[in-house]
Design a binder for this molecule. Structure first.
Ligand SMILES: [Zn+2]
Ligand SMILES: [Zn+2]
Length: 246
């Protein structure tokens, strides 16, 4: 829901770029919150990414068995699609979008993910789009769940049904930031449940979150979805965050 303050800002600055503040960006496509120049910075051309975790790797590095960032981890999803690494303009835009009063910026970033990575996202059609549910503590401090907004946007752009209530938080897990990488995976075990297991039988699922760090949460989601009979699980996130404590 839009706050009154944000509605007023939208009225006063209808075409203000949410990143650089430029007021004249009528050329921006589809009512995006960012100007064309910022969109270019937010969506750099895909470089060589790890097939498994989407981390940027050397131009000739092979990643069929993962990369230095994910090799020791059990990741249950098949692959990851993202706009880019969590740095520079994308990091700045994502942080601002996450803590914004309205979901306009997050929706714009979701639209960019759908349009700029459409080749990867349309390679294999998905049957269902499933966002990662928010932790109960996050629900208290945030205005919206970024994963829901991005998933809804991907759903409408890719014309795939978005099922926001399929995954449920099963346990009161601790927020991921406070624990080590090893603990993150243990912490997530049993944290998610599928609300209607019969629904995903034989389906190709697109799991959506705002960022992918260790991959523990998305891996747990893929684990429970595959246990319920899902055929494959691809992950779509805005950015890949490298955790250097691995
Ligand atoms: Zn701009
Ligand atoms: Zn990797």
């Amino acid at each position: 829901m839009k706050s009154a303050m944000w509605q007023l800002a939208d009225m006063l600055f209808p075409s203000r770029c949410a990143l650089c503040g430029m007021t004249d960006h009528a050329a921006s496509d589809g009512g995006n919150a960012y100007c064309p120049e910022c969109i270019e910075q937010l969506t750099p051309e895909p470089v060589n990414r790890c097939q498994r975790c989407a981390a940027e790797i050397g131009p000739f590095a092979k990643s069929d068995k993962g990369c230095t960032h994910c090799r020791n981890r059990t990741l249950r999803f098949n692959t990851v699609v993202c706009l880019g690494m969590y740095e520079g303009s994308l990091r700045k835009a994502l942080l601002a979008a996450k803590w914004s009063f309205s979901a306009v910026r997050m929706r714009s970033l979701g639209a960019l993910l759908a349009s700029r990575r459409s080749a990867e996202l349309n390679e294999k059609p998905f049957d269902r789009i499933v966002p990662i549910p928010q932790h109960w503590r996050q629900r208290i401090v945030r205005n919206f769940n970024p994963a829901w907004i991005i998933a809804n946007e991907l759903g409408s752009q890719l014309n795939v049904k978005c099922d926001v209530h399929l995954l449920k938080r099963a346990l009161r897990t601790r927020p991921q930031k406070r624990v080590s990488v090893k603990q993150r995976f243990e912490n997530q075990s049993g944290a998610l449940a599928v609300a209607h297991p019969h629904a995903v039988q034989g389906e190709r699922i697109l799991i959506v979150d705002d960022v992918l760090t260790t991959g523990a949460t998305c891996s747990e989601a893929a684990k429970v979805l595959k246990a319920a009979g899902a055929k494959s699980c691809t992950v779509a996130v805005l950015a890949r965050v490298l955790d250097h404590s691995a």
